[in-house]
Design a protein around this ligand. Sequence first.
Ligand code: ASP
Length: 337
Amino acid sequence: MKRVLIIYTGGTIGMARTSSGYAPQGDAFHALLNTLPELQDPAMPSWDIVDMNPLLDSSNITVHEWNTIGQMIADQYDQYDGFVILHGTDTMAYTASALSFMLRKNRKPVILTGSQIPLCEIRNDARDNLVTALLIAANDSVHEVCLYFGGKLLRGNRTLKYSADDLVAFISPNYPPLAEAGIQIRYNHKMLLPAVEGSFSLQLLTDVPIGVIKVFPGIQFELFQSIMTEKLKGIVIETFGAGNIPGNADALLPMIRKASENGTIIIVCSQCPHGTVVLGAYETSSALKKAGAISGYDITTEAAVAKLYYLFSRGLSSDEIRSRMSRSIRGEMSTQG
Ligand code: ASP
């Protein structure tokens, strides 16, 4: 029988009403899980649950908790066939992205899930998300970090939270679902990552200073001068469309040039969830490329941030980081087509 470890980090799925609003509950959540007959059904894998301490609303998750979760997986890696990470939805896409990089040579299913309505409520999406995530975590064909939510299994580092209130809260705009849970759970085998060779290891992350700048009409780039210094190791610029910035970027380009000469890595992402950055397709993006910015192609901002943390934490040179940021290392971006 397959064994799955559930790591409960907090989030709505296990929250209960308190006088100051929903807050994560440990013991009450465990007690509730033990009353669910489906979790004891012989068709289910055998499972254990451990809590992160403290349990958090995922808005409070930092690099420190990513390391804690990564370490909890690494400590039990050989004891279990798969892992389910119960997590708040707000930053689940960031954590899924971070774990996909941190868990090097991972060949086991690591499935993040949560819910929009807590399990303790009569109407909830928690039960189905949990039950299906457990079944997927026991499946031999999944060898990667995924996010299961609202009937779809998605590659973790391709996801973003799309809706604050729909039960289908996540999308993977540039990569098809890895599985769809209808009457059957149908795996899209061609899209799943193959099992990697080699031994598993955990890369812990350091709290590298990273910035995200979202371009908007009328942006006064000169105001960013004080933050675009060599103190920032990585900057993700969320541009318009295929990588375009306003023409008044005279102040931005010298900053980018100087920052990238100083070893800061500047990644260009798009504000459009779907589609890819093509630096140089328009005059308004050629300048970015010339100044030393790197195309993030169709990577999400969430994955770009996590990948920067990961590559800097590995202590690579800035040329090595630039080269790895320009290609896919965990299926997080498509550099062609
Ligand atoms: N604020 C909650 C969290 O991210 C929302 C949720 O879980 O859906 O922890």
